[in-house]
Design a protein around this ligand. Structure first.
Ligand SMILES: [Zn+2]
Ligand SMILES: [Zn+2]
Length: 242
């Protein structure tokens, strides 16, 4: 399966990633991606960019040579109602929003609380991707999650960095991803591969997620990354992609 884009990547603007946007863009182009998105953490993350960083995205060129460049955010879900740390004009300006739970920002709740947080985030019309729902810190009903995602037109992410043994989310991640795939297949919910690269060398590296997809014989139609037409589904401004 050909992977045409990676939307979950970080730059020095996140405060704990190590390449500039420019460096990431050149790397993405050199490895042959058709679209590249940078998604720095939202303002709730310590050392992350201020809201104005996102509000000013209108000036950013959306092309590099023949590759699309997309300006996104990995927003932080800040409470169990599913509020995120970017709103108003800034949220309207981003090309796409990934919403994620991070245990250093929101204490894991009960399964019901975590599900309410996910539901609230999915009901936000600008959120079209849930980032790393594999996090074992947050007890999750994956059947319900995949059902809700389908209902709200949201893709669930299969996050390559979660499978890194050094990841904060490691542990039963593989198990959780198998559940995500099982229920996404049941409800025909789209999944999106995200590298969660915090260094350019990880951009669009999906060895482990690919292996999992193959071992589960997961239908390629439900994977968004193999088509620019499918990429449009997670964008706030789909017209960027012609
Ligand atoms: Zn990060
Ligand atoms: Zn994250």
């Amino acid at each position: 399966m050909e992977i045409l884009f990676d939307l979950h990547t970080h730059t020095i603007m996140s405060g704990h990633a190590y390449n500039t946007i420019e460096e990431n863009i050149v790397e993405a182009y050199n490895i042959g991606l058709q679209a590249y998105g940078f998604s720095d953490h939202g303002p709730a993350i310590e050392g992350g960019p201020a809201e104005v960083y996102f509000r000013h995205f209108r000036i950013f060129p959306r092309h590099y040579k023949n590759m699309y460049v997309l300006c996104g955010v990995e927003a932080v879900i800040t409470d169990y109602d599913g509020h995120i740390d970017l709103n108003g004009k800034a949220l309207e300006r981003v090309d796409y929003a990934i919403a994620s739970l991070h245990s250093w920002c929101l204490q894991p709740g009960t399964c019901a609380e975590n599900m309410r947080a996910y539901r609230g985030a999915m009901q936000n019309p600008y959120v079209k991707i849930i980032g790393h729902p594999d996090d074992q810190a947050y007890e999750t009903d994956y059947d319900e999650l995949a059902y809700m995602a389908q209902k709200y037109g949201v893709a669930l992410e299969l996050n390559e960095s979660s499978l890194d043994p050094e990841s904060v989310r490691s542990g039963s991640v593989r198990e959780k991803m198998r559940l995500i795939m099982k229920y996404c297949r049941r409800y025909q919910t789209p999944v999106i591969l995200g590298s969660d690269a915090h260094h350019k060398s990880y951009i669009a590296r999906f060895e482990q997620v690919r292996e999992l997809l193959a071992s589960e014989n997961f239908p390629q139609e439900l994977v968004l990354n193999n088509s620019l037409a499918k990429l449009r589904r997670v964008l706030n401004h789909p017209d960027i992609i012609k």
